[in-house]
Design a protein around this ligand. Sequence first.
Ligand SMILES: *[C@@H]1O[C@H](CO)[C@@H](O)[C@H](O)[C@H]1NC(C)=O
Ligand SMILES: *[C@@H]1O[C@H](CO)[C@@H](O)[C@H](O)[C@H]1NC(C)=O
Ligand SMILES: *[C@@H]1O[C@H](CO)[C@@H](O)[C@H](O)[C@H]1NC(C)=O
Ligand SMILES: *[C@@H]1O[C@H](CO)[C@@H](O)[C@H](O)[C@H]1NC(C)=O
Ligand SMILES: *[C@@H]1O[C@H](CO)[C@@H](O)[C@H](O)[C@H]1NC(C)=O
Ligand SMILES: *[C@@H]1O[C@H](CO)[C@@H](O)[C@H](O)[C@H]1NC(C)=O
Ligand SMILES: *[C@@H]1O[C@H](CO)[C@@H](O)[C@H](O)[C@H]1NC(C)=O
Ligand SMILES: *[C@@H]1O[C@H](CO)[C@@H](O)[C@H](O)[C@H]1NC(C)=O
Ligand SMILES: *[C@@H]1O[C@H](CO)[C@@H](O)[C@H](O)[C@H]1NC(C)=O
Ligand SMILES: *[C@@H]1O[C@H](CO)[C@@H](O)[C@H](O)[C@H]1NC(C)=O
Length: 412
Amino acid sequence: MKSTFFAPLLALASSAFAALNVTGSTCTVTPLETGTNGREPDDTPQILQAFKQCGQNGKVILTEGLFHIGQVMDLQNLNKVDVEIHGTLRWSSDIQYWLRSSIGVEYAQRSTAWRVGGQDISFRGFGKALFDGQGQLWYDENRSGSNQAGRPISFTLWHAKNVLIDGITWRQSQFWHTFVAYSENITMTNLDMNSTSNSQWSTVNTDGTDTWNSKDVFISNWTVTCGDDCIAVKGNSTNIQVSNVHCYESGCATIGSLGNPSNVADYVENVTFDNIKCTHSSNAAWIKTYSGSGRVRNITFSNIVAENVNQPIYVTSCIYTGQGCDTSRLPIQDVRWINITGTSRYNIASAIHCSASNPCSGFSFENVNITTLAGSTAPKYLCSNINGQASSGIPCTGTCPAGWPQQLSGDR
Ligand SMILES: *[C@@H]1O[C@H](CO)[C@@H](O)[C@H](O)[C@H]1NC(C)=O
Ligand SMILES: *[C@@H]1O[C@H](CO)[C@@H](O)[C@H](O)[C@H]1NC(C)=O
Ligand SMILES: *[C@@H]1O[C@H](CO)[C@@H](O)[C@H](O)[C@H]1NC(C)=O
Ligand SMILES: *[C@@H]1O[C@H](CO)[C@@H](O)[C@H](O)[C@H]1NC(C)=O
Ligand SMILES: *[C@@H]1O[C@H](CO)[C@@H](O)[C@H](O)[C@H]1NC(C)=O
Ligand SMILES: *[C@@H]1O[C@H](CO)[C@@H](O)[C@H](O)[C@H]1NC(C)=O
Ligand SMILES: *[C@@H]1O[C@H](CO)[C@@H](O)[C@H](O)[C@H]1NC(C)=O
Ligand SMILES: *[C@@H]1O[C@H](CO)[C@@H](O)[C@H](O)[C@H]1NC(C)=O
Ligand SMILES: *[C@@H]1O[C@H](CO)[C@@H](O)[C@H](O)[C@H]1NC(C)=O
Ligand SMILES: *[C@@H]1O[C@H](CO)[C@@H](O)[C@H](O)[C@H]1NC(C)=O
């Protein structure tokens, strides 16, 4: 029987909101077909209005079709809302607007186009939702530059708790696809991301996700092609569990970078990467810190398959700078690599350089079997400053020099 309690009503008489239908606590948004003065329409106002009316104890439905996103969306204080997205969201090409208006997210002066906070929130895309960042414009504009101020992260969870994000596809993300900050109990499943440049300029900084100041984050069933870290666990992240992820062209399974700036402590504890495939990546199961402060403890990399990866296992205490490699104040402890198989592009299976003043401890290898792509030579396992090395199971073949490079470009 059709409910008579919730008579459908149009939210506002204004034509700008003509495609928002509010029925009880459900807001349904259909895309605008035309803009004013022949310009591209902007669906942002009606989407924001939908969250305003139905973002607490409600439901927001974006129907099939193409939504033009011309403005930042800052949705704080959502509470008990289920969001269904059936169509495409395309962020506008107005680079100058985004450079000016992206919302700051504290971490390293980064910013975002869309920020979501609150609690008991779900975003479901049913494999149909498509987030199109028109990133090619950004890749071409910044010409392989990195970390451009104002270049926006596509989607940020910010002070969010009890969240499910499921079944969403990203293509050509502007910057990082997702960022999880000051959040807890976040489940992100069945996500498909691919940012691939079709020009001479590269996609740099299109990370799949970064976690920061967050706990209890569960990531599974992702396929990611990006020009940077696939899954990166940054400072003050704890209980991060990542499984069933296939990363292409990326930094794959990453802890870091941490320890920058050096006066801010970065703690990362209780992280599991399980069943991860890294195809044609720079590094696979790796930990990168500056010589700053904090701690990395209790990390498990298990069932990692490297396919044509520069260095499948990599640990450095002085990423990017090569400074303070042996004076780092950021200890790395209790890290296990179990069932690591596949191929390294050159002749390095693992390169581990820990700080001489703060050696790594509790490291172990179990069933680590990497072969070189060429198959002819046995790969090298380079080790420096690992306490308990003899009982670690790491078949060290030589020392790993300080300042060992992040990107290898040939045999060493
Ligand atoms: C609004 O949504 C309700 C419930 O989905 C539907 O019955 C009604 O036809 C819609 N009204 C308009 C004007 O689209
Ligand atoms: C890319 O962004 C970086 C960082 O903001 C900036 O220094 C550089 O000038 C930009 N490159 C171009 C070509 O705009
Ligand atoms: C964690 O979040 C999920 C939603 O993704 C929710 O179902 C679950 O109850 C939450 N767990 C706790 C302990 O609050
Ligand atoms: C990602 O997109 C590029 C360009 O369209 C394509 O060549 C590549 O196969 C895609 N990656 C995956 C894993 O589908
Ligand atoms: C992961 O994908 C598999 C295969 O499609 C599916 O059976 C499983 O339910 C998915 N897991 C989650 C957490 O959605
Ligand atoms: C991490 O937590 C510590 C201790 O709570 C705090 O001092 C530090 O500023 C935090 N680091 C970051 C990057 O927020
Ligand atoms: C290590 O982290 C895992 C989660 O990744 C957790 O289940 C386990 O209890 C932790 N172990 C210790 C000794 O802290
Ligand atoms: C890591 O896990 C252990 C064991 O469950 C727990 O005692 C510890 O508090 C966790 N660490 C953090 C920082 O939450
Ligand atoms: C390692 O691989 C073996 C053989 O496939 C499997 O039995 C074992 O459970 C794996 N270990 C972990 C920690 O996943
Ligand atoms: C290591 O892997 C290679 C290639 O898959 C295999 O031929 C070899 O038997 C494995 N070695 C061990 C010790 O498992």
